[in-house]
Write a protein that binds this ligand. Structure first.
Ligand code: ADP
Length: 398
């Protein structure tokens, strides 16, 4: 079966068509600037790039364009949309309702809507993507895969904030965690790679990309994670501040006469690596500047390294030890120097990186020395495959 994976943003739609016979990617594309001037589609398939620029007023038009690119006689990969057996949608916030992926029906759509206050930027966009696909592919089954679902196994001591209980009971204020599909995929793949059962392992998975999160996976289940009610909590990220004393918000708002919304925008979009370094949100640029002697860039790198170290220490303590630490996503998969910096001085935990094995990019590998009692690994994430597998399993009932 061929499965289409859709990740809809407010003005963009990323997609990938996967042939589940061999899990190969047939086409990968991005429709951007939906509803604004300069709308365009870019698709990579059959080793070539295909671009179309045309006005797109909404997600329905974007979906139609995606289908026409996929079925294009010259550049497409399927002869008709009937060849697409199912669609898997990435949905940011499943709240407490969704502990796993589900077939989309009207009840699911209602529940995603109910979670809009928790994911005000993403859930409405994800819904637009679902609605648009349903309109142009009315007979194709669709599945929702939630970024939060994997973390629903956290116990209350890990997911509650120390606020009056009323805020949890009434408003569902709690830690949800994100990148769940990635942590789930990477932790399962790590067990497979090590030839172990998930229930034999205590893992710490470090998803370090534009957004970064760390997850403690005990015997196959998430017991803690660094992101919170929104993806803002945890370590510093490309443009996000990571965790800080919430009183900072009021302090800055009062001082600079800005609203809480404006301050949150600063915390989400202008902080983190970008805000500290003043150079870029892209780790490659920040590390280059740090190498060239830029002090602020050096501090930004150090802050990320230090933040990840602290989570590793905390989660090892929380799980009564750790069997393997796993690096994934853009930074985690590709940057040997950063991995080495994070693991430096962790001998006390039984962690030793082998510099030669660590010289790897985007490839599954154990990077610890043979005498390291904790295995350290690079496992490239593949959220699309995880979404496609869930979708296939749900639509075929297997
Ligand atoms: P997203 O969270 O958007 O999916 P990715 O997982 O693709 O992001 O990660 C993007 C980040 O990975 C960027 O900060 C980029 O600089 C970083 N990155 C990619 N390759 C490298 C590299 N070789 N060294 C350091 N950082 C890298």
């Amino acid at each position: 079966m061929k499965i289409l994976i859709v990740n809809a943003g407010s003005s963009s739609l990323k997609y990938q068509l996967i042939d589940m016979d061999d899990e190969s990617t047939l086409a990968k594309g991005l429709v951007e600037r939906i509803g604004i001037a300069g709308s365009r589609l870019e698709q990579k398939a059959k080793g070539e790039k295909y671009e179309i620029s045309q006005p797109l007023k909404d997600h329905v038009e974007a979906c139609k364009l995606m289908l026409s690119a996929l079925t294009d006689k010259e550049h497409g990969v399927v002869s008709s949309m009937d060849e697409i057996g199912a669609v898997g949608h990435r949905v940011l916030h499943g709240g407490m309702k969704f502990t796993k992926s589900v077939i989309i029906d009207e009840n699911v759509i209602e529940a995603i809507k109910e979670n809009i206050p928790l994911g005000p930027l993403h859930n409405p966009a994800n819904l637009m993507g679902i609605r648009a696909c349903q309109e142009v592919m009315p007979n194709t089954p669709m599945v929702a895969v939630f970024d939060t679902a994997f973390h629903q196994t956290m116990p209350p001591k890990a997911f509650l904030y120390g606020l009056p209980m009323d805020y949890f009971n009434r408003l569902k204020v709690r830690r949800y965690g994100f990148h769940g599909t990635s942590h789930r995929y990477v932790s399962a793949r790590t067990a497979e790679f090590l030839g172990k059962k998930p229930e034999e392992l205590r893992l710490i998975t470090c998803h370090l990309g534009n957004g970064s999160s760390i997850c403690a996976v005990y015997h196959g289940h998430c017991v803690d994670t660094s992101m919170g009610i929104t993806p803002l909590e945890g370590v510093i990220m490309g443009t996000r501040s990571g965790a800080m004393d919430p009183a900072v918000v009021q302090f800055v708002c009062d001082n600079d006469h800005i609203s809480a919304d404006e301050m949150l925008e600063i915390c989400n979009k202008k902080s983190g690596l970008l805000g500290i370094s003043g150079v870029s949100s892209d780790m490659r640029d920040v590390m280059k500047a740090a190498d060239e002697g830029n002090e602020r860039a050096k501090i930004a790198v150090d802050m990320l390294v230090y933040g990840v170290k602290k989570y590793i220490g905390a989660y090892a303590a929380a799980m009564g030890g750790v069997d393997a630490i796993v690096f994934t996503a853009g930074i985690g998969e590709n940057n040997a120097q950063l991995r080495e910096m994070i693991m430096d001085g962790m001998d006390f935990l039984g962690c030793r990186v082998d510099p030669e094995k660590n010289a790897v990019r985007g490839e599954e590998r154990i990077i610890s020395t043979d005498d390291s009692t904790v295995k350290i690994l690079v496992i490239p994430t593949n959220e699309e495959i995880a979404i496609a597998r869930d979708t296939l399993a749900l639509v075929t009932g297997k």
